[in-house]
Ligand binder design. Structure first.
Ligand SMILES: [Zn+2]
Length: 274
C-alpha cells in the first residue's frame, strides 16, 4: 500500500531544497497527517496548523441581556494554548493536514488556479496545494506567515493579493529545477488509480481520529476579580478539556483510507521521522 503522508513529507523535503523562498523550513519541524474528506463534498484540500503560538491573554466568555445590554453571566477566566506535539525529543512546530481522498482527486479543471497554469497537467493543482501550505509557514516560525503589503504594512488576511501568483511562481521554480520524477509522480494518480496500483492508501492520523491537536482552553488556577462583576452576574465554571493537550509518536496511527471511509490498521505503524 502507498503511505500517502510519507510520500508528501518526502516531496516537501525535495521542495524546500529546490525553492529558495521555502529553504528556511526544516521538514522535521513539520508533521503531515490525514483527515477525512470526501471527494464530492465541499471543503479544504489541506490546512496548515501552527503549534508555536504562545498562550493568549486571559479572557472570559460573557452573555448580555438582550434588552438591558447588561452582562448577566460570564465564564471563569481562561487562556487558550497550543497543544504540544513531540516526536522523540523534538517539538513539532507546524502540522499540515490533507483531506483524503478529496486531495487525491483534486484537479486544475475549472478552478481559480487554472489561469495560473495554462496548458498544465491537472495534477499540478496538487503540487500547488503542497507549496501553498508550506508558504503559510512563517519564516520566524511564529504563527502563520503574515503577508506584507506594498506599503510595508501587514495584511490581516493570510492570503494576500499576490499569494496565489507567488505560489504558482514557486511551483514553476520547483519544476524548472528538474526534480526527480520519483519525488512527485504519485501526484499524477487520482484516488481510485492509487488504490488499483498499490492495493490501498494509508496515512498518518492521530489516535484521537477524527480529532487532532488543536488550540484549547485552560482555566486560570488563580481567578482574578473582574470589572464586569456585579451582584447579578453569575460566574459559570469552565468545562474541562475533553481532548489531550500533549501528543507523542505513540499517539500516531496508520490508517487506511477508502473512497467512503477509513479504518485503523491493526499493525501499528512506526512513525518515521523525516
Ligand atoms: Zn491557505
Amino acid at each position: 500500500m502507498i503511505n500517502y503522508t510519507e510520500r508528501l513529507t518526502l516531496l516537501m523535503q525535495d521542495i524546500v531544497r529546490r525553492v529558495p523562498t521555502l529553504s528556511f523550513i526544516d521538514v522535521a519541524d513539520v508533521l503531515v497527517f490525514a483527515r477525512s474528506g470526501r471527494s464530492n463534498a465541499e471543503g479544504a484540500f489541506a490546512t496548515c496548523h501552527c503549534l508555536t503560538l504562545p498562550a493568549s491573554e486571559p479572557g472570559y466568555y460573557f452573555w448580555r441581556d438582550r434588552k438591558t445590554r447588561h452582562i448577566t453571566r460570564r465564564s471563569e477566566w481562561f487562556v487558550t494554548k497550543s497543544p504540544v506535539v513531540t516526536l522523540g525529543t523534538r517539538n513539532i512546530k507546524y502540522m499540515i493536514s490533507f483531506a483524503l481522498p478529496r486531495y487525491c482527486d483534486q484537479s486544475l479543471d475549472r478552478t481559480r488556479k487554472e489561469h495560473l497554469y495554462p496548458g498544465a497537467d491537472p495534477w499540478i493543482a496538487k503540487l500547488d496545494t503542497v507549496v501553498h501550505e508550506l508558504y503559510h509557514i512563517d519564516p520566524q516560525l511564529a504563527g502563520i506567515r503574515r503577508i506584507e503589503r506594498e506599503d510595508g504594512t501587514f495584511s490581516a488576511n493570510c492570503h494576500g493579493h499576490q499569494f496565489f501568483e507567488q505560489v504558482a511562481g514557486m511551483v514553476h521554480t520547483y519544476l524548472n529545477s528538474e526534480p526527480p520524477p520519483s519525488a512527485y509522480e504519485f501526484l499524477r494518480d487520482d484516488f481510485s488509480s492509487l488504490e488499483a496500483q498499490h492495493g490501498g492508501v494509508v496515512a498518518t492520523t492521530f489516535r484521537t481520529f477524527p480529532s487532532f491537536p488543536q488550540r484549547y482552553i485552560e482555566r486560570l488556577a488563580q481567578q482574578p476579580p473582574c470589572d464586569a462583576d456585579t451582584q447579578e452576574v453569575r460566574v459559570e465554571p469552565l468545562h474541562a478539556v475533553q481532548q489531550p493537550t500533549r501528543y507523542t509518536e505513540d499517539d500516531l496511527h496508520i490508517r487506511q483510507f477508502t473512497a467512503a471511509t477509513s479504518s485503523r490498521l491493526i499493525r501499528k505503524g512506526a512513525f518515521r521521522a523525516a
